[in-house]
Write a protein that binds this ligand. Structure first.
Ligand SMILES: [Zn+2]
Length: 424
């Protein structure tokens, strides 16, 4: 049965390329959330023609949604013969700004050297196209299955997914009994399965001082110097500890297999951009934005406490040191069990299509799996897709057509395995 399905997918290579190109040519740049409706429509109308029931869910009231930039998600479902398992393919339709440095037009979807180029080819419109062609091939091949196939195109993954997967998850779209297994075709490489991601804590640290004339700094108290002291403590006390804190999570690349801290932004004193000449002041406040990535072995309360301890130590030892910490964003780490059905089914399918078993990996950054897990309470979720991880968000982003076709076969075979279709 798989032979005929795989042959059908090979025959559909041109359709797979064309659908990827059509999706890439809609510049769904986020922010601000350009052309979401057009892209959701393209997917929805296509799946309607292929026999799916299609619904559009606009995330009214969520951050970013407006009539100018509607946050429109599309969810398509095709019922099988009777009750059974539902397999859901979820792809985000938004892409990041193309940025500079391209040698091709970023939204052209041009094909060169067996690759499709363009913003969103790798991350992750090729993955969406592969899931659509996989589902269509199953239907066209007349495979009889119980349960259901679902495909969704969701918004705002690049900015946290709150108007996308999180919004749908709150409405039960990613929970049992509606859905049993979720595959997210994010670009983690065609021969790897991504089973989770590290956690995130973004925080703003503010230090305070006392304003005075810049020619007599001794009459004031410099908030930037206080922040400097805090940053020195981070360098001396925290960063070496984080680097030594290793995780059992198989994070790729290897450098991210530990706790990390990025100092993401800093500001104090005069406004960043101003007309004319500076006026001399001792700054009385300074703000630092921290991006802390934590491990499944770490506890978020402790992650916060070790920062607060450094600040409290400084309050005790450094005259005039005062601070405030504000939470900006929290994402808990997520990890799907290696023996979960969805991991096993996709691993078997990768082995079959590529001739060797996949590597199980964990993503250094987060993606929509967190919402499926935390809001939908569904543990059966992974990322698997054709794109090359290192190309995401880069200029001249591309997807290999060979990977596109292979991942499409893997998705089709995985769906059948998960729905319990006998493959002999
Ligand atoms: Zn992505």
């Amino acid at each position: 049965m798989l032979d005929s399905l795989f042959a059908r997918i090979d025959d559909q290579t041109d359709a797979l390329i064309a659908l990827t190109q059509d999706l890439v040519r809609i510049p769904t740049i986020n922010p601000p959330g350009e052309a979401y409706e057009a892209c959701a429509d393209l997917l929805g109308e296509r799946l309607k023609r292929s026999g799916f029931d299609v619904g559009y869910v606009r995330a009214k009231g969520e951050v970013g949604d407006s009539d100018r930039y509607p946050r429109t998600n599309v969810v398509a479902r095709r019922e099988g013969r009777g009750p059974g398992k539902t397999v859901h393919f979820n792809g985000h339709i938004d892409v990041v700004d193309p940025g500079l440095g391209w040698t091709v037009e970023p939204f052209s979807g041009v094909v060169r050297n067996d690759r499709i180029y363009g913003r969103g080819t790798c991350d992750m419109k090729a993955g969406i196209a592969a899931s659509v062609i996989a589902a269509e091939a199953i239907l066209a091949d007349g495979v009889r299955f119980d349960g259901a196939l679902e495909i969704s195109g969701t918004v705002d993954e690049e900015s946290g997914g709150y108007a996308g997967v999180a919004h749908l998850a709150h409405q039960g779209f990613f929970s049992k009994p509606r859905v049993d297994h979720v595959i997210i075709p994010e670009p983690l490489n065609v021969d790897r399965i991504c089973i989770g991601h590290r956690g995130v804590w973004w925080a703003e640290i503010e230090t305070f001082g006392k304003i005075a004339h810049g020619s007599m700094p001794f009459l004031g108290d410099c908030a930037i110097r206080h922040m400097g002291a805090f940053m020195r403590s981070l360098e001396d006390q925290l960063l070496p500890v984080l680097a030594s804190r290793r995780t059992a999570m198989p994070v790729v690349p290897e450098g991210a297999r530990q706790s990390t801290l990025n100092l993401a932004a800093i500001h104090g004193g005069l406004p960043e951009h101003f007309e004319g000449l500076p006026s001399p002041n001792v700054p009385d406040r300074c703000r630092l934005l921290l991006d802390r990535r934590f491990l499944i072995e770490e506890d978020l309360a402790e992650v916060k406490a070790e920062i607060v301890k450094i600040l409290d130590d400084l309050t005790r030892t450094r005259p005039g040191f005062r601070y405030q910490v504000s939470d900006v964003m929290e994402v808990m780490p997520t990890l799907t069990a290696e023996d979960a059905d969805v991991v096993r089914a996709v691993a078997e399918s990768v082995t079959q299509v590529l001739g060797k078993p996949p590597e199980l990996v964990v993503s250094p950054g987060t993606y929509d799996q967190k919402h499926v897990h935390r809001i939908g309470h569904l543990k059966e979720c992974i990322a698997y897709g054709p794109g090359i991880l290192d190309l995401a968000h880069q200029p001249d982003e591309y997807v290999e057509i060979e990977h596109l076709v292979a991942s499409c076969k893997v998705m089709a075979a995985s769906a059948l395995r998960l729905m319990g279709v006998p493959l002999q």
